[in-house]
Design a binder for this molecule. Structure first.
Ligand SMILES: Nc1nc2c(ncn2[C@@H]2O[C@H](COP(=O)(O)OP(=O)(O)OP(=O)(O)O)[C@@H](O)[C@H]2O)c(=O)[nH]1
Length: 351
């Protein structure tokens, strides 16, 4: 990658600071972490928690369809989707506009949570929040990085992916080492050592399904500009590929939409057994012939798969939408793989 191709990480030019009379800056929590680590799980845990705050949510999915926005529970009117690119590079303007939209609304919100996409480099996102234009509007409260304890070393031979994972951890002020149910204590020690080898000491909290007390997540005032500076310094001193490559150069996305129903069993089997290793993450909202009234969520991190029941389709026309993110896969083959899981039977919804 040449200098010209590198994403611009400097803050945007200074414009007048936005100020709303009589309002204190709104605290912002930034959730980062690699694809499938558990960011949406954490976000939902926070949103369903007993905090009494009116929370505004920004969710960024890298794929063409924003599945995460459908999986965020209960704050539809306060949720803004940032789709079709990564907020640390391609769609930074969307982040800025959405942030301003959220924070200048008449029905004021008390707190903002941004779930960055799993491919986002934290530095670019953090710099957006630190823009002088927002110094009276918001206050960066903390940067929490969710790490998948089971998958952290998957694709360890890919230096750019490893560098991105380390940058996501390094810029955080707290790491939630999630999915501890899937690994043993020795593996946790290895992760701890690996993080310690590469980064200065960082607070790590082990968790299953991101079960972490709200007190350590919200309004904690943990963001430390000195830590940010030292991470920036560290990244400037590092040779490529430790520097962040634009997400569009490291990752490819694929999406699939159909009105035809899937067979749940075939879909789960296919994802478990045949999804190419070059797919890091796959997720979607699925229309199944086995339960045509009900929406299902398909989740795959590597080949670990979950298919969970959601609410009914209601007045929404049943339609499957799936996205995959990976690198070096054959889109046509992937489409064919999913086509093989379509149900033979026609559901009543289609009649
Ligand atoms: N076994 C296990 N599964 C988990 C845990 N936490 C989350 N998951 C599952 O991991 C999958 C991914 O979780 P998400 O919360 O969607 O991950 P994410 O980081 O938001 O994913 P992207 O936004 O796509 O990068 C889902 O199937 C979750 O149910 C955990 O602690 N243990």
């Amino acid at each position: 990658m040449t200098e010209d191709e590198r994403p611009i990480l400097a803050p945007a030019p200074r414009l007048d600071a936005i100020e709303i009379e009589g309002r204190e800056p709104v605290p912002v929590t930034l959730l980062t972490g690699f694809l499938g680590a558990g960011k949406t799980t954490l976000l939902n845990r926070i949103l369903n928690g007993d905090h009494g705050l009116r929370v505004g949510v920004l969710v960024n999915d890298f794929g063409a369809i924003n599945i995460d926005a459908e999986l965020v529970e209960g704050v539809e009117e306060n949720t803004i989707n940032l789709t079709n690119g990564c907020i640390c590079c391609e769609i930074r303007d969307d982040l800025v506009n959405s942030l301003e939209q959220l924070l200048t609304r008449e029905d004021l919100i008390d707190y903002v949570i941004l779930e960055a996409s799993g491919v986002a480099d934290p530095e670019g996102v953090v710099m957006t929040f630190l823009n002088a234009r927002y110094e009276k509007l918001l206050r960066l409260d903390s940067i929490t990085c969710v790490v998948d304890a089971e998958a952290i070393f998957t694709h360890a031979d890919n230096e750019e992916l490893t560098a991105l994972k380390l940058r996501q951890i390094g810029f955080a002020d707290m790491v939630i080492l999630n999915k501890v149910d899937l690994v043993g204590p020795t593996h946790l020690e290895v992760i701890d050592e690996w993080i310690g080898q590469h980064l200065q000491r960082i607070r790590i909290v082990n968790a299953e399904r991101c079960e972490v007390p709200l007190e350590v997540l919200l309004a904690v005032g943990r963001f430390d500009p000195a830590h940010l500076e030292s991470q920036k310094q560290r990244s400037e001193n590092e040779a490529s590929p430790q520097k962040h490559a634009a997400a569009s150069q490291l990752f490819e996305t694929w999406s699939y939409e159909t009105d035809r129903p899937f067979s749940i069993e075939n879909l789960q089997e296919m994802v478990r057994r045949k999804l190419p290793a070059s797919i890091y993450r796959c997720k979607g909202i699925v229309f199944c012939s086995d339960a045509p009234e009900q929406r299902h969520a398909l989740q795959a991190v590597g080949r670990r798969t979950e298919l969970t029941e959601l609410d009914d389709w209601g007045t929404r026309p049943p339609r499957t939408r799936i996205v995959a993110i990976g690198s070096g896969f054959d889109s046509r083959e992937l489409t064919e793989l999913f086509d093989t899981c379509l149900s033979e039977t026609t559901s009543e919804h289609q009649a």
